[in-house]
Design a protein around this ligand. Structure first.
Ligand code: BTN
Length: 325
């Protein structure tokens, strides 16, 4: 919708407050046909406005979209490196894709890509990630640690700890982590993390950490097949969560943990991760690309790899799998 028309229409709605605005009045004031009015109303709906339409009365706004902006993310951000450069978008295919290109172009460590919507969000194991507009936090962070590529999975676990701490701080909820990086609330998934790398044989050039957080979704924002396994912070809390505040908190926790990790190694992070882990010490089923294993989750190695003891007391080291508790 042309910006001027959009502004005029929103001004009309603001002026009439809770009253209905008839299609006739809108068409006269905007100088366009009734069909064009209907099209503008649909455009507003697409932008996240909830509009009520009643025959013979017209339209009224029920809810203004809960948008975030570049300023809201950066003003008051307490980090020194992470998120100091933010690429904020209304809609992208995937923030991972944009971040990969930026990393390749040489942007500094800490650069963050955030989008209000992803049309083809990507999950682990080649799955898609549902990323509807104005509901979640869809973002990818670029790190450039001076580490060998084998250490990259540790950053996934570190990120899971940072997001868990931020959710606790901002909402008071108590999330659990399911290896390697699913964050669950009341046993349903609220967060997914996808870590990808640009590397040479012995050196990481960049790590792109994709974070998908279901924040203000209501249950009907999720496709039916996810209803029994997915949740959002708002569903669990019973109220809306400030997404910009959550992003700032995640970045600050991540920066603190990342500094600690670079100075002292993975051990302190491993201890924190274990304190939130739900699967350790329990019987689990691990579905890997080479087959399914069942047994006791013994813990994680110094490199963040899952140790599973099967019924013959044989220990398996699992690098990537879907875990069922
Ligand atoms: C998972 O499968 O659990 C990982 C999901 C990761 C989703 C995030 S949303 C932001 C970033 N962009 C993507 O396309 N994927 C990640």
């Amino acid at each position: 919708m042309a910006t001027e028309i959009r502004k005029k229409l929103l001004r009309m709605f603001t002026e009439t407050e809770d009253d209905f605005l008839s299609g006739q009045k809108i068409s006269e004031e905007l100088g366009c046909s009734r069909t064009a009015v209907w099209k503008h109303i649909e455009d507003l709906r697409q932008e996240g406005f909830e509009l009520e339409a009643v025959r013979r009365k017209g339209y009224r706004i029920k809810k203004i979209p809960d948008k975030i902006s570049h300023n809201e993310i950066t003003l008051g951000l307490k980090t020194t490196s992470l998120g100091r450069q933010v690429h904020f978008k209304e809609s992208v295919t995937s923030t991972q894709k944009i971040a990969h290109q930026l990393a390749y172009d040489g942007v500094p460590e800490g650069t963050l890509v955030v989008s209000e919507e992803q049309t083809t969000g990507r999950g682990r194991l080649n799955r898609s990630w549902h990323s509807p507009k104005y509901t979640g936090v869809w973002m990818s962070l670029i790190l450039r640690p001076n580490l060998p590529p084998a250490k990259a999975p540790q950053l996934t676990l570190l990120t899971a700890v940072a997001i868990t701490q931020a959710i606790e701080e901002v909402t008071g909820l108590r999330p659990d982590i399911k290896w390697p990086n699913d964050i669950l609330i009341n046993k349903k998934k609220a967060v997914g993390i996808l870590t990808e790398m640009q590397a040479e044989a012995d050196k990481i050039n960049s790590v792109i950490i994709g974070m998908g957080i279901n924040v203000n979704h209501q249950i009907d924002h999720f496709p039916k097949e996810l209803h029994s396994i997915a949740t959002s912070l708002s569903i669990e809390l019973g109220k809306t969560v400030n997404r910009a505040e959550l992003i700032q908190s995640i970045l600050l926790h991540l920066e603190n943990l990342y500094e600690r990790y670079l100075q002292h190694g993975f051990y302190p992070i491993k201890l924190l991760w274990e304190s939130y882990a739900i699967s350790i010490g329990k019987r689990i089923i691990a579905r890997t690309i080479t087959g399914t294993l069942e047994g006791l989750a013994k813990g994680i190695t110094e490199d963040g790899i899952l140790m599973l003891e099967d019924d013959q007391n044989c220990i398996h080291y699992i690098h990537s799998a879907d875990i069922q508790i």
